[in-house]
Design a protein around this ligand. Structure first.
Ligand SMILES: [Zn+2]
Length: 354
């Protein structure tokens, strides 16, 4: 397989695959195929793709033989990191499963236009979303995935995300995005959590803006965050003034504070607030303590955004926001969340009681 120096494979011009069959679902690719020409002929009518390992063939007999013998027929590769309500997420290391990573990338490229598929799969982790029918424990379906660079200089928590076309419009993208933030939150040890790799596709941008807006709305309305790495004191949108029993009708926070509380980048917070019609920045005349740096900012005035909770409620109602987070904390398993020592456990119980 020819790759450029950077490990990227460019799309040949003028190749088109007519249909793809994933398991027993037939649908059309959105983009030109980059499958190797010696294996997938130009303008092939039908490409059969294994729904478990993404191996492919234009020959249905070959495909049938594989389907009966697929090594991942019963269990996906990798380690299960999340399992709740029939949906599970498996972490697959591209180093350990190179062929799986390459075949998944080839298939995904049929539906991801803006990103060049990376074939240096060893540097990526793949998180595949599966569903197991409660009435059929014999097998499972892969519904989509996201990839993540093992070492991202920009602290990206996600490189590519795709829910396969037959499974779209079921809020599954939000589930995967939520999982990506949870995992990077636990990984970050209080450092910046980051966000998806930019630039986003048009569809990706739309999906993320909605995801971020919902995340902020849940945080402002419920005080819940998507991260567990933060100090509980920093998870409040703002403090109720001492001596005051009633919460003020308006609360003030910096955009950075909101980012800290939700585990989101400041730029993503601003994008989301703008989309919600809640971004009305003012410049603070006084110095404020910055949560991010832990020191007073004496150089530049901080940007303050004032949000009325009733406006957040209005947005939530208009957009049919489900207050419950799509990701269930109790669904994580294996290495996630990291084990805590009995000492730390005692402390966390104490702080909860307080
Ligand atoms: Zn297979």
């Amino acid at each position: 397989m020819a790759t450029s120096k950077s490990g990227r494979l460019q799309s040949p011009v003028g190749r088109n695959l007519q249909n793809v069959v994933l398991g027993d679902l037939l649908f059309q690719p959105w983009n030109q195929s980059i499958y190797p020409e010696d294996l997938v002929a130009k303008d092939a009518d039908r490409l059969y793709v294994c729904r478990w390992c993404f191996r492919y063939s234009c020959d249905d007999d070959v495909f049938e033989d594989h389907r009966r013998a697929c090594e991942h027929r019963i269990t996906p590769p990798g380690t299960k990191v999340y399992d709740h309500g029939g949906y599970a997420v498996w972490e697959v290391d591209g180093q350990d499963y190179k062929l799986f990573g390459q075949n998944l990338s080839l298939f995904a490229k049929l539906f991801l236009d803006h990103k060049t598929v990376f074939f240096d799969v060893a540097t990526f982790l793949y998180y595949i979303l599966t569903f197991t029918d409660p009435d059929d424990h014999e097998s499972y379906h892969v519904l989509g995935f996201f990839s993540k660079e093992k070492l991202s200089w920009d602290a990206n928590n996600l490189a590519c995300i795709l829910i396969f076309p037959p499974y779209q419009h079921k809020q599954l993208g939000k589930l995967l995005m939520g999982v990506s933030y949870k995992l990077s939150g636990w990984d970050s040890n209080g450092g910046p959590i980051g966000g998806p790799e930019k630039p986003l596709s048009e569809l990706g941008h739309k999906s993320y803006v909605r995801f971020w807006a919902e995340r902020i709305a849940r945080y402002l309305l419920c005080g819940k965050t998507g991260t567990s790495a933060l100090d509980p004191d920093q998870q409040r949108p703002s403090s109720t003034p001492k001596g005051s029993r009633k919460r003020p009708p308006r609360e003030t926070m910096t955009v950075e504070e909101l980012g800290q509380g939700t585990g989101m980048l400041t730029e993503d917070v601003i994008t989301a607030l703008k989309s919600m019609g809640l971004f009305d920045p003012q410049t603070s005349p006084k110095k404020r303590k910055s949560i991010r740096t832990g020191a007073p900012d004496t150089t530049t005035p901080e940007q303050i955004v004032t949000i009325q909770k009733s406006d957040v409620w209005d947005w939530a109602q208009a957009h049919h926001l489900v207050l419950e987070d799509p990701v269930c904390d109790y669904g994580f398993e294996g290495l996630w969340p990291p084990a805590i020592s009995p000492e730390e456990d005692k402390q966390s119980v104490t702080s909860e009681e307080n």
